[in-house]
Write a new protein. Sequence first.
Length: 133
Amino acid sequence: MGQPPEGILRRLHQVHLRLSGNLDRAEPLPPPAGLQARLLPAADFVMTLLYSRSRAGSLRSVRITLATICLAAVVFLLAGALAVALTLNALAPLNLLLLLATLAAAAVSLAGAVLAAYGVLQRRTIRPAAGGR
């Protein structure tokens, strides 16, 4: 059993870089504009709350990985569904504790939406040619 061919190792390394968001790291990120610029402070705040802040200190200079975008979208959907379910249960007998839980779930859902939206906008800015296929 010998070493795998160098071509396979190179391809696996490229796949790893693409999935981790490190591909073409030498290229600087374009400055955020429009909606992306407006979402940047909120996305930075969410990453700080998650204790997942980058060494650079801001998402302005860091690429958001595909895994982070997907996880943020799942959090948005699940926490949003939980907020709706809690709202329906809290309004029938008007339970204030359930209303507070609803607000917390809605805040978590909003945080996931902000982070996912910023990541998608960032990826669209980085690879505009890929969207035109």
